[in-house]
Design a protein around this ligand. Structure first.
Ligand SMILES: [Zn+2]
Length: 452
């Protein structure tokens, strides 16, 4: 009995103490909870009433171009295009046109400029407009989201393989509390088996040798002994020269870790143009970032005494020549060759742009699909999709090019590396295969290293 009374007495002291302590703890937690400013997420900071309209966008090679417009509220100015998430802010180069509070913007007038998709960090970023609101003497930064007014939807991009690694960028249209958003979610992924970095198209195939010439010393010139090539002469077929350089190029690119697709690996196979994995489709079937068509020229003079020689690089419309200039510089150096002396279609030393002429359009079987601002070569015109304005929805005896109106395409280049009927060129093309391949590879490396 005595013991019990003692315990009761102790409880009478301890219990109120415990209750008091519990109350203090609860009050402390409650105080903390009530006073905690909840951290505002980036999307909560975005202005909900105003947003930009995105009217067009396209990926061409490693770049993405965006066009749109926004009407900013009163006293707000200096809009900048950003990929942002509250911590990271990447300003995107932008051409602005202002009319009062109305702005139109586009990332570049060149199809191979805009956002460099290769260098984005592995984060979730939103495309937004950042502008400055002036309030008395203060400047308040405001963020505005974007709404999709283009004919396109979500898309994805896989970066070039670097040290065996690839990022995937999911560009997703969404809404946050009724506010439209465009999210760029960048994360490392394993490259799907169907996705490649670069496509090579060695010009011509088993059914078409391309340019054919016969190299022969003058003394054995004998028209009565002609069998495609004079007896004793050496027959040179363009397809073989193209293939040898293409295979060397593929190997060198693969040694650097790139995943390379090629339209043919021998001189016998047939390469279709518009079938899946054809010469006009493979670059985009494989989601390649660059595509190289390897060709060689001839001026039609047999016997290896043609005066024309040197490299011609054919490029797409509305492009800057950063990569093209690199290619010309590195190939002429590494292969010890010259740029072509041909003036027609030349826009710069070694760089050529051939558009359809009105005369060519008038003579075309499908003139309605051509115009004078279209590149003549289907390889460039059709691989580039909307950026190069291709029209091929199955208008001819050919099937449709599934990518002709795609806004997510490779950046194509068409090489005429030399003249196989010029003795200096043909010897170089046969004996210096690695030099030509090395030139293309180092130009690519230079370009990627310096491209912002
Ligand atoms: Zn050719």
């Amino acid at each position: 009995m005595k013991k019990r009374r003692k315990m009761k007495k102790e409880l009478k002291i301890i219990l109120p103490l415990l209750i008091t302590l519990a109350l203090i703890i609860i009050a402390f937690i409650g105080f903390k909870l009530l006073n905690k400013e909840p951290e505002k997420t980036f999307l909560e900071k975005i202005e909900m009433e105003t947003y930009a309209h995105i009217t067009n966008y396209a990926i061409y090679g490693i770049h993405m171009n965006i066009e749109g417009n926004i009407t900013l509220p009163e006293n707000t100015e200096n809009p900048k295009l950003m990929l942002a998430n509250g911590q990271t802010e990447i300003e995107i180069p932008c051409i602005l046109n202002q009319n009062g509070n109305e702005y139109t913007f586009n990332t570049s007038n060149f199809i191979n400029e805009g956002i460099n998709l290769e260098n984005l960090p592995q984060e979730e970023l939103y495309l937004v407009i950042k502008a400055e609101e002036k309030e008395e003497n203060k400047i308040i930064e405001k963020y505005y989201s974007v709404e999709n007014h283009s004919k396109y939807n979500n898309m994805e991009y896989y970066t070039l393989t670097k040290e065996n690694k690839n990022n995937k960028i999911d560009m997703e249209w969404n809404t946050y509390e009724e506010c439209p958003t465009w999210r760029f979610n960048i994360k490392e992924v394993k490259l799907p088996s169907t996705v490649y970095d670069i496509t090579i198209d060695p010009g011509h195939d088993g059914t078409d040798p391309g340019k054919v010439i016969c190299l022969l010393p003058n003394e054995i010139y004998d028209p009565s002994n002609y069998d495609g090539c004079y007896k004793g002469g050496i027959k040179i077929e363009e397809r073989e020269v193209n293939l040898n350089i293409s295979l060397a190029l593929k190997e060198k690119l693969e040694n650097l870790g790139y995943k390379v697709a090629i339209t043919r690996e021998d001189n016998e196979s047939r390469v279709e143009i518009y079938e899946p994995m054809g010469s006009a489709t493979m670059a985009n079937d494989t989601h390649s970032k660059f595509s190289f068509a390897i060709h060689n020229n001839s001026s039609g003079i047999e016997g290896g005494d043609a005066e024309s020689k040197g490299i011609e690089l054919y490029v797409a419309n509305d492009t800057n020549f950063d990569f093209a200039q690199n290619l010309i510089k590195e190939i002429t150096e590494k292969a010890n060759t010259t740029t072509s002396n041909k003036n027609q279609h030349r826009v710069e030393n070694g760089i050529y742009q051939r558009f359809f002429t009105q005369e060519e359009i008038d003579q075309d079987d499908y003139p309605e699909t051509k115009s004078t601002n279209l590149i003549y070569y289907y390889y460039i015109r059709e691989v580039g999709g909307v950026s190069t304005h291709a029209i091929n929805n199955g208008y001819s005896e050919y099937r449709k090019n599934d990518h002709y109106n795609s806004n997510n395409t490779a950046e194509p280049y068409l090489f005429e590396l030399g003249y196989i009927d010029n003795l200096v060129d043909v010897n170089n093309l046969k004996n210096n295969i690695d030099g030509y391949a090395e030139g293309i590879v180092s130009a690519l490396q230079n370009y990627l290293a310096n491209e912002k």
